[in-house]
Design a protein around this ligand. Structure first.
Ligand code: DER
Length: 226
């Protein structure tokens, strides 16, 4: 296994230690939390009793394949613990998310969670957010105008394309990836973007993560809000 994948696996599997019998567990999306779900599937086979709330159709499929019992956010409106990945993490545990296209459902489930743990490899940890283009979910109607308004905030919006076609989220919307370079004040930027009609959700998760588990060459580091 190549090094980065090994660091993802270390972080993803470490998070499983936080899952207790009887919990309702939000299941994130992406290549790091995949390892959490694989390990969780093994524990479920050994008798662990949890309900998983998936943050995407892809995660729902993976969890079902691993025999994890699933529920819906409408039937389980308070979630004990959510484990998810991120594209960037800063020192205040603010996140850029959405690289996997699941930011809307991820944010709803994060908001419903008593405790949100993020699993990343060390390459995701940054002093200031912004290296990774900020994913923003927008409706199709008037999307070119929405992109133009977003560019007035100082970013270069790119419509996300997959296999030569505009990427469509699980919710039927577009994603625009906006390169801001340095995001000095994530909370203020989130507020400004949120004012734009046509924006559905923004890939800035402010004050939502309680812990970040970082897979590093020398081992595991845990970042927590003091
Ligand atoms: O879309 C997301 O926010 C996902 O959590 C994803 O971007 C995490 O990235 P990973 O695949 O590198 O874990």
């Amino acid at each position: 296994m190549e090094l980065r994948e090994e660091l993802k696996r270390k972080a993803g599997e470490k998070a499983v230690e936080y899952i207790k019998d009887g919990m309702v567990v939000g299941l994130g999306t992406g290549s790091t939390v995949k390892y959490t779900i694989l390990k969780l599937g093994e524990l479920v086979k050994d008798g662990l009793n949890i309900i998983g709330i998936p943050t995407s159709i892809a995660t729902e499929k993976l969890a079902k394949e691993r025999g994890i019992k699933l529920g819906s956010i409408d039937d389980y409106q308070v979630i004990d613990l959510t484990i998810d990945g991120a594209d960037e993490v800063d020192k205040n545990l603010n996140l850029i998310k959405g690289g996997g296209g699941a930011l809307l459902r991820e944010k709803i489930i994060a908001h419903a969670s008593k405790y949100e743990i993020i699993v990343v490899d060390e390459s995701k940890v940054k002093d200031i957010l912004g290296d990774f283009p900020l994913p923003i979910e927008i409706v199709k109607f008037g999307y070119k105008r929405t992109m133009n308004v977003l560019s007035t905030l100082g970013c270069k919006p790119q419509l996300r394309v997959r296999n030569g076609k505009a990427y469509i989220t699980d919710n039927g919307n577009y994603i625009v990836d906006c390169k801001f370079d340095k995001i000095e004040n994530p909370a203020e930027l989130e507020r400004k973007i949120d004012e734009i009609p046509g924006v559905v959700e923004i890939g800035l998760f402010i004050n939502m993560a309680k812990e970040v588990i970082i897979g590093k060459k020398e081992g595991i580091e845990i970042m927590k809000i003091p």
